[in-house]
Design a protein around this ligand. Structure first.
Ligand code: ATP
Ligand code: MG
Length: 145
């Protein structure tokens, strides 16, 4: 089938469909970036910031802004984890993913109590503050484990 080999495409840049894609310039979001950075600033001094809820119409840059600010925080030795809630589904999966991101290894799928997982995450963090972004939390899990 010749059509499979053709290089015609409707898309100028298919990379933008990648969930990991971040635009080179974030337009018209300076206020939101600054507000978020200000709210998270205590983390630079080892203090846990309060919870922050980012809301707004679809596709207006909520995820983009959060990822951008998390990347910046990493430069200041703050531990950050970005998670998409709909694909993780359960709170145990969320903590497993945090464990994996912080500790660099996958925890056992079962048999490890949640408190042990949390304690090991704490050990890995040491004095660092951990910022967790729970994206699309409104599509989140219903079960507790
Ligand atoms: N201010 C912006 N400047 C440049 N690109 C943007 C901006 N806002 C959104 N985009 C682009 O639009 C797309 C959607 O953005 P993003 O996923 O951050 O929106 P969202 O608000 O998180 O959407 P949703 O409500 O669906 O979660 C992405 O490709 C992103 O790069
Ligand atoms: Mg989003």
């Amino acid at each position: 089938m010749e059509i499979l080999w053709g290089d015609e495409t409707l898309f100028r840049n298919e990379e933008v469909f990648d969930p990991e894609y971040l635009p080179q310039a974030i337009l018209h979001r300076d206020t939101q970036i600054n507000d978020l950075a200000l709210s998270l600033r205590p983390a630079l001094n080892g203090i846990s910031p309060g919870h922050i809820l980012c809301v707004g119409p679809p596709s207006t840059g909520k995820t983009t802004v959060v990822k951008y600010v998390l990347e910046k925080l990493e430069e200041y030795d703050v531990a950050t984890v970005y998670l998409r809630c709909p694909i993780l589904r359960t709170s145990y999966n969320v903590f497993s993913k945090i464990f994996e991101e912080i500790g660099g290894k996958v925890p056992p799928q079962r048999g490890v109590p949640l408190f042990k997982l949390l304690s090991e995450i704490g050990d890995q963090l040491g004095q660092r503050v951990l910022i967790v972004a729970l994206d699309d939390i409104n599509f989140s899990y219903r079960k507790t484990c």
